[in-house]
Design a protein around this ligand. Structure first.
Ligand code: 5AD
Ligand code: SF4
Length: 435
């Protein structure tokens, strides 16, 4: 979501005649688009602002903007701590950015941290970092109250876009050469709950949206993030299986494998139900890759709870897990829990979890050695050659050069925990973009 918003910020500035620079010292405008999900983001913001201060002294024309979730959360405190910040623009106020910059020049420091979204950020121009891929926001905000999570406090309640709006944006993207879209919502299952289908009393459903986006010509890959295991429904599995462009990958956040901790987190599914969803999904969509998010060290988590997480991870056999050490966020319920765990215990559990998941990720990738995959080339690889991505969202490195945006059929030759090695099939196995 932050990348999506950053592309809008860059798009607005570009539409105003600015050009990107890699050198902050010569910039007229510097924007820090912030994240508030864990505490280290806070520390980084104030560290970065400290580094910018001497640059601004040397270049008085520089205007510094703080945008995003920390802007929404810290509001006036940012300019109190760093009075050299010109503009603070919250999550609901992005469309005001250029106005705020102009006013800052005339009147001094500005702040807009309004509480509700009036203009969906998708309506703003975008400067995309990859011409073949686009983030498409289908809903902003979240109506859940997971006790560890700051998102509802800084992004507000869920606000969905109509299916027609989303499809119109995807059509325009396809016409501009985009072949892959990632649909974004904090909880895609509840997409549409705040809307009604035109001329009916029905609410639109995420599965319908998937089918509608799938029918857009020129879009070869559709991804989405994230469903919540609580409101997940079989119609989404059916739509995933039926839609040719919907990729064989699901990000399905587990958070904890302990039912007691899931209760404390106010995550209303339990590990048994989670695992049975995985079985259904894997049964319906052969070869699907499953990734997840896991928090270690939630307040009150015991060694036994943590072993529960290790047990579910063993059974779930995720392709990849994003693992996080619990971080107390101001305003959330869990931050006031009396039993916050010492850093050493959290670190030790975290390392055990990472070690287990690295082994499983490697084993999952080894199962693919010898198989044929479709790669969408993204650009130069870190290891020479090029980097592509499978439909299952795995990064693969190819030794031969291909242009970005090309589809290549390749054979998997080696496996690593976080990527694959592959070779293009002879003759150059380009697959036409499916329409
Ligand atoms: N501490 C640690 N991890 C968190 N996440 C959300 N809030 C916190 C927190 N307070 C993780 C969750 C979520 C992912 C985006 O970030 O796992 O799914
Ligand atoms: Fe946060 Fe829970 Fe909403 Fe996800 S579903 S954004 S974890 S409150």
């Amino acid at each position: 979501m932050n990348e999506h918003d950053s592309e809008r910020i860059a798009g607005l500035l570009q539409a105003d005649g600015l050009v990107a620079t890699a050198d902050a010292a010569e910039a007229e405008v510097v924007v820090l688009n912030t994240c508030a999900i864990r505490e280290n983001a806070d520390n980084r913001l104030y560290g970065n602002l400290g580094h910018l201060r001497p640059l601004k002294v040397a270049n008085p024309r520089m205007r510094i903007v703080v945008a995003g979730c920390l802007a929404q959360k810290d509001q006036g405190r940012i300019q109190e701590r760093a009075p050299w910040v010109d503009v603070v623009v919250g999550t609901h106020a992005l469309p005001e950015l250029l106005d705020l910059l102009r006013r800052a020049e005339l009147e001094g420091p500005q702040m807009d941290v309004r509480e509700t979204t009036e203009v969906f950020p998708s309506a703003l121009p975008a400067r995309r970092s990859d011409p073949h891929h686009a983030w498409v926001s289908i809903a902003v905000g979240c109506d859940n109250r997971c006790t560890f999570c700051i998102v509802p406090l800084v992004r507000g309640p869920q606000l969905s876009r109509s299916i027609e709006d989303v499809v119109a944006e995807v059509r325009d993207l396809a016409a501009a050469g985009v072949v892959e879209v990632s649909l974004l919502g904090q909880n895609v299952n509840t997409f549409g709950r705040d809307l009604t289908v035109p001329d009916s009393s029905r609410t639109p459903r995420f599965a319908e949206l998937l089918r509608a986006v799938d029918s857009v010509e020129g879009i070869a890959r559709v991804r989405f993030t994230s469903p919540h295991p609580h409101d997940f429904t079989p119609d989404v599995i059916e739509a995933m299986a039926a839609c040719r462009s919907v990729c064989e990958h699901i990000h399905f956040p587990l958070q904890s494998g302990s039912d007691r901790v899931l209760g404390l987190m106010r995550r209303s599914y339990r590990s048994k139900r989670y695992l049975s969803w995985l079985e259904l999904i894997r049964g319906a969509i052969p070869g699907i890759a499953v990734t997840t998010d896991i928090i270690v060290g939630f307040p009150g988590e015991t060694e036994e709870d943590f072993r529960g997480t290790l047990g579910v991870v063993e059974r779930a056999r995720f392709d990849q897990a994003y693992t996080f050490q619990y971080s107390a966020r101001p305003g959330t319920e869990a931050a006031t829990h009396p039993d916050q765990l010492p850093k050493e215990i959290v670190q030790e559990r975290f390392e055990r979890l990472v070690e287990l998941q690295e082994r499983i990720s490697l084993e999952r990738n080894m199962e693919l050695v010898g198989s044929t995959v479709e790669l969408l080339i993204e650009g130069p690889g870190r290891k020479g050659g090029v980097q592509g991505r499978t439909r299952t969202n795995k990064v693969a490195h190819l030794p031969t050069p291909y242009p970005a945006g090309e589809f290549v059929r390749a054979r998997v030759e080696s496996a690593h925990p976080h990527h694959l090695g592959a070779r293009a099939l002879a003759p150059a196995g380009r697959v036409p973009v499916p329409t």
